[in-house]
Design a protein around this ligand. Structure first.
Ligand SMILES: Nc1ncnc2c1ncn2[C@@H]1O[C@H](COP(=O)(O)OP(=O)(O)OP(=O)(O)O)[C@@H](O)[C@H]1O
Length: 232
């Protein structure tokens, strides 16, 4: 089973600010690992390093034994697609000009899926995976609710069939009433697709309920094992 993610002693600083200060963690295949911590403790920076949007000054990230920080060119793109980020704010991460279908087709095109018929079929599958009707494909983001938009954000991350999803505050922009629904989508996906999930949020209760294991981050570092909360 794929999806073992190992973060090994990652350091990131922005000028004088130490954002991530020697973080190591291990996400097992199919595991949901929670990461909690106050605003500014470095969670988003760590997420960006893991998905390759930020280059660490030191440390490495391995996916199934392969060092993601050392990969270049086509191999980098190939392995990178296996680790996808679900953004916090679907409002700003979805293009208002594109229909939902076009948004979901984009990563399929990048992955080389040339046949339009295949893409349309896959878009329908992706919508189904996140519990949305195929008819939404023709709509634009503004016609959708916040919860539906975040489901589209998750579907887009799933388009390239990743082994790892990094979810950075996936429900914090949503109303309390729809948070549980969107969290359930993530939990179902883990069971259905065997995807590993790094679930980042400041809401301890939400993370504890959804995760197999929870790590706490403060001032760029992970807490001692005594601070880590175990659900099982
Ligand atoms: N691009 C950047 N340039 C300069 N400083 C940055 C940059 N990105 C993050 N920082 C700083 O690094 C520290 C960690 O920020 P980060 O966004 O990773 O924390 P966070 O825990 O995700 O917070 P939040 O929950 O508010 O997003 C903060 O002090 C932040 O101001």
């Amino acid at each position: 089973m794929n999806g073992r993610l190992v973060v090994d002693d990652v350091h990131v600083r922005f000028g004088d600010v130490v954002a991530v200060d020697g973080v190591s963690l291990d996400l097992a295949p199919g595991e949901i690992l929670g990461l909690v911590g106050d605003s500014g403790c470095g969670k988003t920076t760590l997420a960006r390093v893991i998905v390759g949007l930020e280059q660490p000054q030191a440390g490495r990230v391995f996916l199934d034994g392969e060092d993601l920080t050392a990969l270049r060119g086509a191999r980098r793109r190939e392995v990178r697609r296996r680790v996808q980020l679900v953004f916090q704010d679907p409002e700003s991460s979805l293009s208002p000009r594109l229909t939902i279908g076009q948004t979901l087709e984009e990563p399929l095109l990048v992955a080389g899926m040339r046949s339009r018929r295949e893409r349309v079929k896959r878009v329908t599958e992706l919508l189904e995976l996140v519990g949305l009707p195929a008819t939404l494909a023709g709509r634009r983001p503004r016609a959708l609710s916040g919860g539906q938009r975040q489901r589209i954000g998750i579907a887009r991350a799933l388009a390239s069939k990743p082994d790892v999803l990094v979810c950075d505050e996936p429900v914090s922009s949503l109303d309390a009433s729809v948070r549980a629904q969107v969290m359930n989508v993530l939990l179902d996906l883990r069971d259905e697709l065997d995807v590993s999930v790094l679930l980042i949020a400041h809401d301890h209760d939400l993370v504890r309920q959804a995760s197999d294991r929870v790590l706490a981050m403060a001032a760029g570092r992970l807490g001692s094992p005594a601070q880590a909360l175990q659900r099982r």
